[in-house]
Design a protein around this ligand. Structure first.
Ligand code: KIV
Ligand code: ZN
Length: 385
């Protein structure tokens, strides 16, 4: 079973979600919870981007000792120096520096030739490696980069001292098949690749960030970058909870696992949602309010007989206390009787049938049937509890 390092970027790429702005205390609180969750690396921010970010990265680097802490820096000396000032007190100082490598980014954004980009990347990695014991280098927009150029620049930055090579799908453009090919190409064509760990970082513009992350892991990535609840630029980043639980539940398929304390997932998700104001949709995998709720009578009956009929993840695995049976118009007699018995119903089967018919009529008009509704139905049918 391969161990995959989890690099959480909730506090950096996640905070780049439109409308999100975490203050110092909030960032430190989330970092402490990420440490409890057991993430290997916390990307705490982008120290050169603002005084506030510098202060929170520095505080996290000084406080969190159970996870490694990193910060983002462009390929410029001022950014790397600022990152060093913010991170030098961390348990294992680590920098994340990047430059774009795709033709469109090099031509229009950087206005540099490919050779100039290699020179910049090598110089910045050497400069960083003189200070930091761990240097992660990212090829921004790697998934739209020409593969021979990607291999050439990766080889050069590893020679310059990079220990982690991250290949982001910056604009969420790639597919699971293509990302697999990219990782295989790099593994086969970069002669010194065994000196570095390969990392994957995916955005969700086409809804494939998690699938792409898992495909990269299958094709050699030893580190996965993600955020809680999948928050991040535009449509967001690959969601940590979905990747971690997919690896856990489908160990047979992926033969890889994380070192996360999975039962801290729900609590971490709720904290991130509360502090960022990014609401988790009810149907979100793993952490949504409905992730362990059953409404249809057929499903409820199955789960009451054997949970595995409709539950592939136990709620306890991710820190949810139990599954939830929702009483609604699709509910069946089996669940209805269980619920009434829980509330103290002691009537006959005939009385149960009368209340069940009244319940179905009410459920056609009202989405959520509460315990108060059930007590009223029992009272109307003159059934003692
Ligand atoms: O999406 C991206 O390319 C990034 C890099 C800075 C790693 O977030
Ligand atoms: Zn990103």
């Amino acid at each position: 079973m391969r161990k995959i390092n989890v690099f959480d970027t909730t506090l950096r790429d996640g905070e780049q979600s439109a409308g999100v702005n975490l203050n110092f205390q909030e960032k430190v609180e989330i970092a402490k919870q990420l440490e409890r969750l057991g993430v290997d690396i916390i990307e705490a921010g982008f120290p050169a981007s603002s005084q506030g970010d510098f202060a929170s990265v520095q505080a996290i680097a000084r406080t969190v000792k159970g996870s490694s802490v990193t910060g983002l820096a462009r390929s410029i000396e001022r950014d790397i120096d600022t990152a060093w000032e913010a991170l030098k007190d961390s348990a294992e100082p680590r920098i994340h520096t990047f430059i774009a490598t795709s033709p469109i980014h090099m031509q229009y954004k950087l206005r540099m030739t490919p050779e100039q980009v290699i020179e910049h990347a090598v110089a910045s990695v050497k400069f960083a490696a003189a200070k930091f014991p761990h240097v992660q280098w990212s090829a921004e927009d790697a998934s739209r980069t020409e593969l021979p150029f990607l291999a050439k620049i990766i080889r050069a930055v590893i020679d310059a001292g990079a220990t982690v090579i991250n290949l982001p799908d910056t604009v969420g453009y790639t597919t699971p098949y293509e990302i697999g090919e990219m990782f295989q190409y790099v593994t086969k064509n970069v002669q010194n690749i065994d000196k570095a760990i390969l990392s994957t970082h995916n955005h969700d513009d086409l809804g494939m960030a998690v699938a792409n992350s898992l495909a990269a892991i299958q094709n050699g990535a030893g580190q996965v970058e993600c955020t809680l609840n999948g928050i991040g630029e535009r449509a967001g980043n690959a969601s940590l909870e979905e990747i971690a639980v997919a690896l856990q539940i489908r160990q047979d398929h992926y033969q890889a696992k994380t070192g996360l304390t999975l039962n801290e997932i729900k609590r971490t998700s709720a904290l991130v949602s509360k502090l960022t104001g990014m609401v988790v949709p009810n149907n979100k995998a793993v952490v949504g309010a409905n992730a362990f709720a059953h409404e249809s009578g057929i499903h409820q009956d199955g789960v009451l007989k054997n949970k595995e009929t409709y539950e592939i993840i136990t709620p306890e695995l991710v820190g949810v206390s139990s599954n939830r049976m929702v009483l609604g118009k699709h509910s069946g007699r089996h669940m209805f009787k269980e619920k009434l018995t829980e509330l103290g119903f002691t009537g006959t089967d005939e009385q149960l049938q009368t209340i069940f018919v009244a319940f179905k009529e009410l459920a056609d008009k009202k989405k959520d049937i509460t315990e108060d509704d059930l007590f009223s139905l029992m009272t109307e049918a003159s059934v003692g509890v």
